[in-house]
Design a protein around this ligand. Structure first.
Ligand SMILES: NC(=O)c1ccc[n+]([C@@H]2O[C@H](COP(=O)([O-])OP(=O)(O)OC[C@H]3O[C@@H](n4cnc5c(N)ncnc54)[C@H](O)[C@@H]3O)[C@@H](O)[C@H]2O)c1
Ligand SMILES: [Zn+2]
Length: 349
């Protein structure tokens, strides 16, 4: 199996893909494996393990963002040692973005790196976290502060797993899908507009996820180590991170991204050719997907200082990724404080 021509490894998306994990691993030259999983998706992990001939050891971990820590990483290393994982063993990680980031980082560093296969079970993982080769854990000083760039040997996304994902977690992924649609262009955006009024059970998930993988892969391939172009994936995120922080994380990342996309659109209106009609479509799509477009619990001054604190940490100036049109997004845009404030203010009412 050769893999995605852009990423260099296969991303297998489809119903029943869980039962093909061993075949996909074999296609990449791996026969011996251990399976690590988020305890919430143990049944899916069992199916992935059962696809191998013979018994494949399975270990589950209680995860969640608050457990994406050094302590949990320590227990993952202990499990890998206990299971006698060596350079010839494939580590299969099953779960959402937390599982992929944590197990992926463990595999990237255990014995200086063992092969990792990412089985993504949440929408965020399928459309975003599992693609691009970034792994990490959180430190007390901040999110994702310790990590590594390490590509998996394959990514497997069984769309049937989405049937058990709570709607609020589906919406976490929709924020990133709207972002990808703005990056991608008219056809992708219109496709989301079309499905927004239908119930999730009817959505053509495999097709939509493949499209999202394609958008992210194209950006990542131009900038694997995040030195430039990959910034485009931060569309809406300068605002979103500040919204999350100012709300003391009462706003989830996906909801903050929805607000952040609206804010970026407002800023883009005053800066460039992003039209009123584009902005109206963006806001209407977010609303149709039941994502927030305003949030009263924000303090405008607090959001602005969170943005400045973030800027200081990166020793840069406050620069934004803004849309010029659907499918035409640019990074490194400096806009006046007054206009940043205006965009934030409009998202609080
Ligand atoms: N590496 C990257 O490039 C990248 C990109 C985006 C996000 N991330 C990371 O991803 C994480 C967020 O990912 P997430 O939203 O998937 O969080 P998550 O992994 O915590 O999953 C969300 C919840 O859904 C549960 N779950 C997962 N799949 C399920 C299923 N099929 N059925 C029922 N429940 C299921 C999980 O147990 C969890 O409770 C964050 O830590 C973020 O930093 C990483
Ligand atoms: Zn995001």
């Amino acid at each position: 199996m050769s893999g995605d021509p852009v990423l260099g490894y296969p991303v297998v998306v489809g119903p029943g893909a869980l039962d093909r994990v061993a075949a996909i691993a074999r296609g990449r030259g791996h026969r011996r494996a251990v399976v690590l999983a988020d305890a919430n998706v143990e049944s899916y992990a069992r199916r992935a393990a059962a696809s191998f001939d013979g018994a494949v050891p399975l270990r589950t971990f209680t995860l969640g963002e608050e457990r994406k820590t050094l302590t949990t990483l320590g227990s993952v290393y202990d499990a890998l040692a206990e299971l006698e994982v060596d350079r010839g063993t494939l580590v299969v990680g099953v779960g959402g973005g937390v599982a992929g980031d944590l197990f992926g980082f463990a595999a990237a560093t255990f014995m200086r790196g063992v092969a990792f296969l990412n089985v993504a079970t949440s929408l965020v993982a399928m459309v975003d976290a599992a693609i691009g080769g970034k792994t990490a854990i959180d430190l007390p000083a901040g999110k994702n502060l310790a990590g590594a760039f390490a590509d998996p040997v394959a990514v497997v996304s069984d769309v049937r797993a989405l049937e058990t994902l709570p709607p609020a977690q589906i919406r976490e992924g929709l924020g990133e899908m709207v972002k990808h649609a703005v990056l991608d262009g008219e056809a992708a955006f219109a496709q989301l507009e079309h499905w927004a009024s239908e119930s999730f059970e009817r959505w053509p998930w495999a097709e939509l996820i493949e499209r999202n993988v394609g958008v992210k892969a194209a950006v990542v391939a131009r900038d694997r180590l995040e030195r430039g172009d990959r910034e485009l994936l931060n569309l809406g995120h300068t605002f979103a991170h500040a919204f999350e922080r100012d709300s003391r994380y009462a706003l989830s990342h996906g909801n903050a991204v929805a607000l952040g996309l609206r804010a970026a659109g407002i800023a883009a209106r005053t800066w460039g050719p992003w039209s009123d009609r584009d902005q109206q479509r963006l806001v209407a799509l977010l609303r149709a997907l039941e994502l927030p477009t305003s949030y009263g619990g924000l303090d405008v001054g607090g959001v602005l200082s969170a943005m400045r604190a973030d800027k200081k940490r990166r020793e840069g100036r406050l620069r934004f990724v803004l849309p010029r049109a659907l499918g035409d997004v640019v990074s490194g845009i400096e806009i006046d404080d007054k206009e940043v404030r205006e965009a934030v203010e409009r998202c609080t009412r």
